[in-house]
Design a protein around this ligand. Sequence first.
Ligand code: NAP
Length: 247
Amino acid sequence: MRRDPILILGGTSEAREIANALHGAGHAVTTSLAGVTEQPVLPAGDVRSGGFGGVIGLKSYLESGRIALVIDATHPFAARMSGQAFEACRDSGVPLMRFERRPWAAGDGDDWTIVASAVEAVRALPAGARVLLTTGRKDLEPFFARRDIDGVARMIESPPMDPPANWRVLRERPPFTLAGEAALMAAHDITHLVTKNAGGAATEAKLVAARERRIPVLMIARPTKPEVPQFATVGDLMGSVKRLLSP
Ligand code: NAP
């Protein structure tokens, strides 16, 4: 088996799955984590943590590590890292592919408004809204700044600032169940759900709960990322890696 060094840009459960599968297939794999999660679940293979230092730092990492392939399996909203990976791989001549889960789509009974950003979501909320906010620890400020709305902000890590008295922060890690999401919305009299289109089954129950409870959803659309070969299932991506790295 060839031992091609593969760099996985991680931070998602699928990045872990990919690392485990490639490691199991005999590849030398390093997963890179941003270092923002306190106790990350670690994949098989090597793990490094912390930023590279922009495009220049990543280029130097790719070149000194003789990296054969980069797999960008970062979160769909980690646009900066994906942009930098694109530039560094292009400049270093290293192949790049991306795993990106399919986005969620509104169906019958859903009341979604698609917005471009957290700021747009804040503006769209009516006075008196009681919000379930699941956009993570970034972008909290514009929500916390409004004194005429309140609610529950849920995230894995602690927020970068103290919430005002009218907001409650819940630190919880997915997966979430439908029963749990419905109970949370009922307990806090939630009138609006604000989320970003992360996709994936682990955090989808809130959308079903919102549909069942007729709660409007402000859905923040995904940022645009550079065009690279892209896969929505780990199996498809593995097939492509095999073709690329087979002798
Ligand atoms: P981002 O805005 O795209 O990146 C900010 C900076 O963090 C990058 O410039 C890079 O620093 C560093 N970085 C990001 N991902 C990295 C990785 N996998 N390995 C090494 N450095 C990394 O990213 P973000 O939105 O803050 O997300 C940070 C991490 O959390 C990502 O790995 C992402 O997959 C994960 N995550 C993000 C979200 C989300 O909603 N954004 C949700 C779940 C998980 P340098 O410029 O110094 O290289």
